[in-house]
Design a protein around this ligand. Structure first.
Ligand code: VG1
Ligand code: CO
Length: 544
């Protein structure tokens, strides 16, 4: 192998966010933007000589070009083998699964997840470690430091690998294995759920599903599992072919962007169960007939019903949720007598808890749920979990959720996103909030007594690492909460996220419309943060 050294200069702004580095495609296309970042990843790692790297992504525009670049750089840097998904496709949970199953040193996932793709869209990549999970902050910060000090990157002169054909070839002496994109992941999922019971339900003719792959990475997974292995009718999967621009859509599974699924599930002839997943297949949206399940409720329902599912019948070791996620799952954990951990936003914070065997299920309000089967959130896993519960209980999605509320009470919950806000205005809003924290407890605003106010800091219970400034929390005397944070995944201006939560034990109140139930908190959020005054926005861009 003859590595070639290419001189380069540091590029500002390559700090990984909540989930890797995300920028416009046009930014990554300007060499050496990608090369600098990938070399900075390799330079932050030790001991990968001769080891395996897993490589794949969500099929978005520019992935094919980037894969060839990264393969050559991996060879030049001394990796012994690269496993690439066929056509460059590996969903985020599949990549996690492949890293673990094949004992790889780590992996690179090419995706900007739920952000739109195409020549004018977004692109991104993240590094996952040998446990299959996103690199912890210690590594992402080391990568960032390297991007500021970089002087060269390494490559080899070799022709492109044919990503269309499964098999092994050599790139400057390094083995490149093109592998089936879904087989390992599908095999793993088959060990967790009762495929016999789910298959019987899907073939019964009396129970119909609609899975919307949003022209993103879960199309092939959904075909393999729902149609091929479980025998559901072919029409059960819509938008199932991955497209480089996701068909012009926004592959974010929520009621605003999953329009096709919402139209089906709210129609007269709606199927019994609907679901969608995002660009890279780690998020999930669950919909019953004319009934949307919030991600926070979904996590709580999965935890409360896990004993019905073979892979989890032995019981949960514990659960974890990101701080802004509703406390619905906390009530389930208390009833089960297992610990519940509250982490900062981003799946990288669950890794230590999962590795240490302290938790079995994890979830985020942003439509991410997963378990210790991999080290990422897993969209199709969540769908199978729901289907297994539905098969076991024989009730509708809505009936199961309403029964859950009856038992545990309802955590009314909503997230308001203000996208593309002026960065200075968003930073000013957060600075103002931070400055007001000390004085807020004990004050009454809009008739609500504020009990607590802080900026969330997290000490990892396994390695004691500390993460500060993870979101402003305002707690009211009645137990309600408002959380403010700025997104770490956007690529344009700033995105302000406002998370609103109110607990309602009274069953008679559970039918109230969510935004109406939270109206007082929504007004209070504006009073406290000055959203309208500072951002000029009177309405959020997206309400979930
Ligand atoms: C968002 C979500 C967060 C999620 C992250 C990555 O981050 O809020 O819960 O882990 O996206 O998800 P932020 O910083 O924009 O709020 V994905 O599906 O983009 O890998
Ligand atoms: Co995602």
């Amino acid at each position: 192998m003859n590595a070639r050294t290419v001189a380069t200069q540091a590029i500002a702004g390559q700090r990984p966010g909540t989930s890797g580095l995300r920028k416009k495609v046009t930014v990554f296309q300007q060499a050496p933007y990608l090369e600098n970042f990938v070399q900075s990843i390799f330079d932050s790692l030790e001991g990968f000589e001769g080891q395996t790297l897993v490589l794949g992504g969500d099929g978005r525009f520019f992935n094919d070009t980037a894969i060839q670049t990264i393969v050559r750089m991996a060879a030049a840097n001394g990796f012994g083998r690269v496993l690439v998904g066929q056509h460059g496709i590996l969903s985020t949970p599949a990549a996690s699964c492949v890293i673990r199953k094949h004992a790889a040193f780590g992996g690179i996932v090419l995706s900007a997840s739920h952000n739109p793709g195409g020549p004018d869209g977004d692109w991104g990549l993240k590094y996952n470690t040998g446990n299959g999970g996103p690199a912890p902050e210690k590594i992402t910060e080391a990568i960032y430091a390297n991007t500021l000090a970089i002087t060269r990157w390494l490559t080899v002169d070799a022709s492109d690998v044919n990503l269309g054909v499964i098999g092994t070839s050599l790139v400057a002496g390094m083995a490149v294995e093109v592998i089936d994109s879904v087989a390992d992941h599908a095999d793993l999922l088959a060990t967790l759920f009762d495929f016999g019971r789910i298959g019987a339900l899907l073939r019964s003719g009396t129970f119909r599903i609609c899975f919307d792959a949003m022209h993103a990475v879960t199309g092939p997974t959904a075909h393999e599992i729902f149609i091929k292995r479980l025998g559901a009718p072919a029409a059960s999967v819509i938008n199932g072919v991955p497209l480089p621009d996701f068909g012009g859509g926004h592959p974010d599974p929520n009621p605003t962007y999953a329009e096709d699924l919402m139209a089906v599930m709210f129609s007269e002839a709606a199927p019994d169960f609907g679901a969608a997943s995002d660009g890279d297949g780690d998020r999930n949206m669950i919909v019953g007939r004319r009934f949307v399940v919030t991600p926070s409720d979904s996590l709580a329902v999965l935890a409360a019903n896990a004993h019905l599912v073979p892979g989890y019948a032995a019981g949960l070791k514990g659960v974890a949720r990101s701080m802004p996620t509703s406390a619905a799952v906390d009530r389930v954990a208390a009833a089960l007598g297992v610990p519940c951990f509250e982490t900062p936003t981003g799946w990288k914070f669950f890794g230590n808890l999962l590795d240490a065997g302290m938790v079995t299920l994890c979830g985020e309000e942003s439509a991410g749920t997963g378990s210790d089967h991999v080290r990422e959130k897993d969209g199709v896993w969540a769908v199978l979990f729901w289907l297994d519960i539905l098969a076991a209980r024989g009730e509708s999605v809505e009936a199961i959720v309403r029964d859950h509320w009856r038992r545990f009470g309802r955590n009314f919950y909503s997230r308001h996103d203000y996208e593309g806000v002026d960065t200075a205005a968003a930073n000013g809003l957060m600075t103002h909030l931070r400055a007001s924290l000390a004085a807020l407890p004990g004050q009454t605003e809009n008739g609500a007594l504020i009990a607590s106010a802080d900026d969330f800091a997290y000490t990892d219970p396994v390695d004691a690492s500390v993460s500060t400034a993870q979101g402003i929390r305002i707690g009211l005397a009645d137990g309600s909460r408002i959380v403010f944070r700025l997104s770490g995944t956007g690529t344009e201006g700033a995105t302000l996220r406002v998370y609103l939560e109110r607990y309602e034990p009274d069953v008679a109140q559970h039918g109230v419309e969510t935004q109406a139930a939270l109206a007082g908190l929504i007004a209070l959020a504006d009073t406290l943060a000055g959203i309208t005054q500072r951002t000029g926005r009177t309405q959020p861009t997206v309400v979930t």
